[in-house]
Ligand binder design. Structure first.
Ligand SMILES: Nc1nc2c(ncn2[C@@H]2O[C@H](COP(=O)(O)OP(=O)(O)O)[C@@H](O)[C@H]2O)c(=O)[nH]1
Ligand SMILES: [Mg+2]
Length: 232
């Protein structure tokens, strides 16, 4: 589960549309997204990820939006990873980043892994020294950021690869021998994890791969001697 967060108007809904062909309304106005919407996205690794749009973050949240924000709070807290969309063409980019980080902190989500997407690079001109400096500064402040244009699709493949890799890092290595009567567990692994090797033995399906931490325990009865109890 990936929650797309960011200051309002940063381009969250546009990004979600671009990666999922979702019909999320993109409007140049505050709070066009009042309800979080979730889309299934096939990642480069072939895994499915659920991307959810969230209500735009702003410095002071009006009371009337607290209810709408509550569902965002849920999306954020349940997410394995956050994609923080930043409008790099905005004069107050830094304040906006700080405001979003502060809200994430308030939500208790400041320790979630984050991929920063510096959006709207189509509005910058690299041959303009000021823009070039801005890009350089933004990248040195956010070393793992990906430059994108949600509007024209630039960098979306690199963003997806970065998300895939960050999700992979969230997973733990597994090595299990699953009896044939527990085909449901093999299916669960394919759906939620990464299968690196799968062999059919006399005693069941031997699988090696990676699985989100919270699901690893389900395979515990079938771990082999090679299963690491701690991530290495
Ligand atoms: N030039 C440009 N405009 C963008 C880009 N991404 C979004 N926008 C525009 O920015 C405005 C806000 O986008 P939206 O997706 O609604 O932002 P949200 O509030 O974060 O969901 C809309 O007018 C979009 O068309 C981009 O990559 N380049
Ligand atoms: Mg939106």
């Amino acid at each position: 589960m990936v929650a797309v967060v960011g200051y309002t108007n940063a381009g969250k809904s546009t990004l979600l549309n671009a990666i999922a062909n979702a019909d999320v309304v993109a409007e140049d106005q505050l709070f066009a997204t009042l309800d979080p919407t979730t889309r299934r996205v096939k990642m480069p690794s072939d895994r499915l990820a659920l991307f959810s749009d969230t209500v735009g973050f702003i410095q002071k949240l009006p009371t009337m939006l607290v209810a709408a924000f509550r569902s965002t709070l849920e999306e954020v807290n349940e997410a394995d990873l956050l994609v923080h969309v930043v409008d790099i063409s905005h004069a107050n980019m830094e304040e906006q980043i700080a405001a979003v980080e502060e809200i994430l902190d308030d939500l208790g989500a400041s320790t979630k892994p984050v991929v920063v997407a510096l959006n709207k690079i189509d509005r910058l001109d690299r041959t303009d020294p000021e823009d070039a400096h801005l890009l350089e500064q933004a990248l040195s402040d956010n070393p793992n950021a990906v430059l994108i244009s949600a509007a024209n699709g630039t960098g979306l493949d690199r963003l997806m690869a970065a998300v895939d890799e960050a999700l992979r890092e969230q997973m733990m290595s597994i090595d299990a021998l699953i009896p044939y009567k527990r085909g449901d567990l093999v299916a669960m692994l394919h759906e939620n994890g990464l299968v690196e090797a799968e062999t059919h033995t006399e005693h069941g399906t031997h699988v090696v791969g990676r699985l989100p931490l919270e699901l690893v325990g389900r395979l515990a009865p079938y771990w082999t001697a090679n299963q690491q109890s701690e991530e290495t």
